[in-house]
Ligand binder design. Structure first.
Ligand code: NAD
Ligand code: UFG
Length: 342
């Protein structure tokens, strides 16, 4: 069991809430920071239920350097997992200033607070979106980078910021490049709660299944793939959360900074996901094929070998399991967390 204290930014968000549960199971002391811009305070109560104890939570913006530094000192934090960020690609195209301010200036502020509080271990939520979409899969960490939208470029810039700081200070960091997180905790107490119309495939499918939306639009079936729909690497959020525990353990062996993919290594098409979801929900899900979505590459999946080697971690759960778990969350919380139901 560990007695390290870990701070999570974006602590009440979809992925971080699952990381909190995984870390609590391993005995870490935890503290959470979130400005609640895309999550609900109700998550704190759900987490306390799941971890069977209090969760130290601060409602704070990561751009508030002084408050973050003070809290890091107050809780004697050993390591930070930095998940706070805005993540909607379309929104980032419409309002790049907001995205650079939140994601890049926010990370700069956090790194400054960490320096001021003498915290020198960091795990950062990066994304497979940093890769050039024309690169062949499986994508390795040395595949060519080339994000094609402002959101992806903020992730790219923050990775370089972390690399630069780690090269010239005591900072030791891992940039985790997530592929497509899906699913929910098996309790159905925490899960993904998108505001408004979901951008991502799984929450959209589940809202169609529950009758909140009429049909799924399949964005193109004329790609150069076996069934014509795009292929992605869907990783169960529980596996992803465990990858963070593994990354924290591996920080002891990192000298500066490293980028590591978190994916399953298996590509799954939109139609494959749809079939798995129909099995899980036990009803047909109406669909319509529409135009391709701008910016979508045909195929993207990870080479997870480096994660196996450096983190001693691999994904174990299937897309079918993710659908079952996501559906349980959806059924138990048809309008999401209490104060995000609008
Ligand atoms: P999420 O929106 O559910 O969680 C992010 C959390 O960060 C939210 O609770 C939000 O309120 C908080 N936040 C945002 N800006 C903040 C700020 N300035 N100060 C304090 N808190 C702030 O998203 P998620 O899916 O859990 O994603 C977590 C991280 O993983 C993000 O950085 C995201 O870019 C990255 N990521 C997500 C995916 C995905 O598909 N979900 C894929 C790759 C990478
Ligand atoms: N899709 C549909 N209909 C929908 C939604 C999605 O057909 O309503 C298709 C997309 O065209 C794509 C696939 O389902 O082929 C997956 O789409 P998502 O939007 O769920 O995922 P993406 O791979 O496009 O992007 C996601 C995150 C990004 C992240 C990237 C890589 O949204 O933030 O994974 O990690 F950067």
């Amino acid at each position: 069991m560990h007695t390290q204290t870990v701070a999570l930014t974006g602590a009440t968000g979809y992925i971080a809430s699952h990381v909190v549960v995984a870390l609590a199971e391993q005995g870490y002391n935890l503290v959470g920071f979130d400005n609640l811009s895309n999550s609900s305070a109700a998550v704190v109560e759900r987490l306390e239920q799941l971890i069977d104890g209090p969760f130290a939570f601060h409602k704070v913006d990561i751009r508030d350097t002084a408050t973050i530094a003070e809290a890091l000192q107050q809780h004697q934090v050993d390591a930070v997992i930095h998940l706070a960020g805005l993540k909607a690609v379309g929104e980032s195209v419409d309002d790049p200033l907001r995205y650079y301010d939140n994601n890049v200036a926010g990370s700069l502020s956090l790194l400054t607070a960490m320096r001021d509080a003498c915290v020198n271990q960091l795990v950062f939520s990066s994304s497979a979106t940093v890769y050039d979409p024309d690169q062949p899969s499986p994508l390795t960490e040395t595949s060519q980078l080339g994000p094609i939208n402002p959101y992806g470029r903020t992730k790219y810039v923050v990775e370089r910021l972390i690399d630069d700081v780690a090269a010239t200070s005591d900072l030791r960091a891992i940039n985790l490049r997530y592929f497509n997180p899906v699913g929910a905790h098996p309790s159905g107490l925490i899960g993904e709660d998108p505001v408004g119309t979901p951008n991502n495939l799984m929450p959209f499918i589940m809202q169609v299944a529950s009758g909140q939306r009429d049909e799924l639009s399949i964005f193109g079936n004329d790609y150069d793939t076996p069934d014509g729909t795009c292929i992605r690497d869907y990783i169960h959020v529980t596996d992803l959360a465990n990858g963070h525990v593994a990354a924290l353990n591996a920080l002891a062996t990192v000298t500066t900074s490293e980028a590591i993919n978190l994916g399953t290594g298996t590509g799954t098409s939109v139609l494959d996901v749809l079939r798995a979801a129909e099995q899980a929900v036990d009803r047909p899900i109406p669909t319509r094929v529409v135009e391709r979505r701008a910016g979508d590459g045909a195929v993207s999946f990870a080479d997870p070998a480096l994660a196996a080697d450096r983190l001693n971690w691999q994904a174990d759960l299937t897309v079918a399991q993710a659908c079952v778990d996501h559906w349980r969350w959806q059924r138990q919380n048809p309008t999401g967390y209490p104060d995000l139901s609008g």
